[in-house]
Design a protein around this ligand. Sequence first.
Ligand code: HEC
Length: 398
Amino acid sequence: MTKLKTALLTTTLVASSVMASNAVLAHKTDRDVTKLAPTSKAWSYVKATTIYLYPQTTIRFNDKRANELNENPHAKEARVKAIYNGRSIAFLLEWPDGTKSIQKGCKSDVYGDGFAVQLPVNYKDASKLPYIGMGSDGRPVVIHLQKAAQPIYEPNGNGDVGMQQGTLNKNKFDKEVEKFDKEVSILAVTDYQRSFISEGFRSMTEIKDGSEKFSADMAYGNNGWKGKVARPLKDDYLKLNGAFPVAFATWDGERLQRDGLKYLSNWIPVKLIGQNGGGKLVEDLTKPVKGDVENGKNLVQQNGCTGCHYIPGLSQPSAMAPGLANIGGYSTAAYLKESIVEPNAVVVPGYNRNAHPNTPWYNVVDGKRVSTMPPYPLDDKSLNDMVAYLKTLKAEVK
Ligand code: HEC
């Protein structure tokens, strides 16, 4: 009996310590988590998990200045907390950013800081997760996005810019102006805060019917942002239980980041404390990759991968294929393996095909995207070695 008890105790200890170091543990509470602000004191009782955000270097932009500002960027260390009740879950992401950049409605060349929380619709099989960027064909994700933007002042509070009114086009003076400003500020809408369902670049569909109830907020202080997103555990799009993956993205407005120019985490497992299941998913997403890195590097060169792909030290940046400088930071081992053996499983959307007609990343055949990368049906050992090498491709953390 005692033996059994000790054995059980040891297993739970081992299991929990493994989980604690690898998964985001969502604490359970009775309170309404949708009401939490990024700066709420309640967060101080929730354990943080350290994650890393890697510069997404898939494509180079058609913007010289943005490219210069994002030359060889470091990765960022960030912290995630999660808390849930019977109905909803809230995430807090804390990430460093030396400058507070706010998007202004009237300027198209000023970009705001921002963040996004991404959740796969189907997540039971960790080896078939969607493309980390923004979902892929047949593998949709829900994205909650919040950008730091100047509130839009308008009398109806709907966020429709067409109805926007400022004091300048009102014939008002002094006290009247003050009164007007005060009234409309109560109705101010903080753009930009939206939810999307996405199966890849250019397929982002905004969920506008109100069925995706979420709240988001961000607060700046101490050289960094705190961003909060709260959403239902279950709705028309997602059923979150046991354990599930989440990914985070942040944009640095100062560096002219927008769209695919951002910082991106890998898929990170979240475990709902007090709920069963999902252990396999957590294990699959966190188990270390074993393989001969040196041999993997040789194989990557021998197989001509660098003829198309940019790998720092091995090849030059090009438009031929996605840059792999940070692929090890934001991709799972399973995704890398799948990319090599079966390029058509997930086709990275990449450039506008019309802009780069000589080097398309895919062709459309019978309405389906077909990758221009040839499949490499290698043996398991070679694949593991190659994946182990690709996992080392990532920027240093600063
Ligand atoms: C003929 C050019 C070409 C060669 C050679 C090539 N690739 Fe690719 N690769 C591409 C293109 C184009 C894409 C984007 C379309 C897609 O997803 O298949 C891609 C996608 C990828 C991705 C996914 C990138 C991402 O951002 O998600 C990985 C990983 C990858 N390739 C690894 C390799 C490895 C490893 C080799 C060598 C064994 C290789 N590639 C050889 C053209 C190539």
